[in-house]
Design a protein around this ligand. Structure first.
Ligand SMILES: *Cc1c(COP(=O)(O)O)cnc(C)c1O
Length: 385
């Protein structure tokens, strides 16, 4: 099976992890801060906090922005459930903004309309979470301008997007948001097995996230209620979690960071090649906004409905049977039973639902070969032409 996404691990990656295994620290050693510094420098962000998943990063990002009961978090329905669940972890309520029909990202025009209505009834969101779907950045300038007008804070869910650029600047530089979150799950751009990171330019938010990441405990005397009792002393000053990343994971991540450029170049080349190879196939290939330079986590096509054409399910099953691990991103979050039980219903976000009815993710990962890509395209042609 050619999967839709997978990691690319080389000898240098393996050596880096083995070196940590033979060192003094398997966790809470020197490699985690090195990995954080590498990501912060790459993005042009002032602070970076490594954690055990992007889900954890989203949670502590919401906490640092004081999301709580009575607050609203808005995100896109076209994402993994974690983009919305972080609001619920904090006791807030979650609502969605429909997607742009071209980029499949949260639509700023729909956001503006919804904010206008929300202001009238006193239900403005505290946090908006735009998701850079498939690696293509959202229209952040527009979302940021609305944030300035309506007073919400912004967490970029860049789980798909490390290495991508917006307006020729790296995603994660924080020009248009408070915090940006990355995922290092094996299907993402770089991997630490499980892992995530939150980057920010705000020292106060970084300090809060550092506390929430590790039990609410500090060894910094400036954050204590009184002078330390001695060299052993620490204080728990808030309620946090154990969301720490291990040294093994950080070593893998740090090694993968050296290869980020190579990974992105390969993904961009594969995307360009799909565009060319699919030119005569009756599918819609992904559209790129001129201000975006995608990291190409996903390559999503849309199948056109017609009386003669096979159904999306039939195409999906055919490709899976042919050894092509196509996938579907995403089932709209509001249609999940857990969210439907809160009152969301089919029809609430028609653009995301129309997209879901037609979408399919083709294999896209740095280690995908041209020959494998040809196999994917030929199988697609066999079922569609
Ligand atoms: C993968 C993903 C997450 C969660 O990442 P983990 O590191 O697995 O917790 C969150 N949001 C989006 C958009 C994702 O794709």
């Amino acid at each position: 099976m050619i999967p839709y996404g997978r990691q690319d691990i080389n000898l240098a990656d393996i050596d880096a992890v083995v070196a940590v295994l033979q060192s003094d620290f398997l966790t809470q050693g020197p490699v985690v801060p090195k990995f954080e510094q590498a990501v912060a420098e790459y993005c042009g962000a002032a602070h970076a906090l490594a954690v055990n998943s992007a889900t954890s990063a989203l949670h502590i990002a919401c906490m640092a922005l004081n999301l709580g009961a009575g607050d609203w978090l808005w995100t896109t329905p076209n994402s993994f459930v974690a983009s919305a669940n972080c609001g619920l972890y904090c006791g807030a309520r979650v609502d969605f903004v429909d997607i742009d029909p071209h980029t499949y990202n949260l639509c700023p025009a729909r956001l503006a309309e919804k904010l206008e209505q929300a202001e009238r009834v006193g239900r403005l969101p505290k946090i908006v979470v735009p998701v850079h779907f498939s690696g293509q950045p959202c229209d952040m300038a527009s979302i940021y301008a609305l944030g300035q007008r309506y007073g919400f804070r912004i967490i970029e869910d860049a789980s798909h997007a490390i290495g991508g650029h917006y307006q020729n600047e790296p995603i994660g530089n924080g020009r248009y948001s408070d915090i940006t979150v990355f995922s290092f799950h094996p299907v993402k751009i770089i991997t630490t097995a499980e892992g995530g990171m939150a980057v920010t330019n705000h020292a106060d938010l970084a300090q809060k996230m550092a506390l929430y990441r590790s039990h609410g405990i500090t060894r910094d005397s400036n954050l204590m209620t009184h002078a330390p009792d001695g060299a052993w002393y620490y204080q728990q000053v808030t309620l946090g979690f154990n969301y720490r990343m291990t040294e093994l994971q950080a070593a893998l991540g740090l090694s993968q960071m050296q290869r980020l450029h190579e990974f992105i170049a390969r993904r961009r080349a594969l995307a360009a090649r799909y565009h060319t190879l699919l030119a005569d196939v009756p599918v819609m290939t992904p559209w790129q906004h001129p201000s975006a330079n995608s990291a190409w986590h996903l390559y999503v096509i849309r199948l056109k409905h017609s009386a003669q054409a096979p159904s999306r399910a039939a195409v999906f099953d055919y490709l899976r049977a042919a050894g092509i691990g196509v996938n579907l991103h995403y089932i709209p979050i509001h249609t999940q039973p857990y969210y439907a039980a809160m009152g969301f219903a089919p029809g609430d976000y028609p653009e995301a639902e129309r997209y879901y009815a037609e979408a399919m993710s083709l294999p896209m990962f740095a280690a995908l070969t041209d020959v494998e890509q040809n196999t994917v395209v030929n199988a697609l042609k066999a079922v569609l032409l």
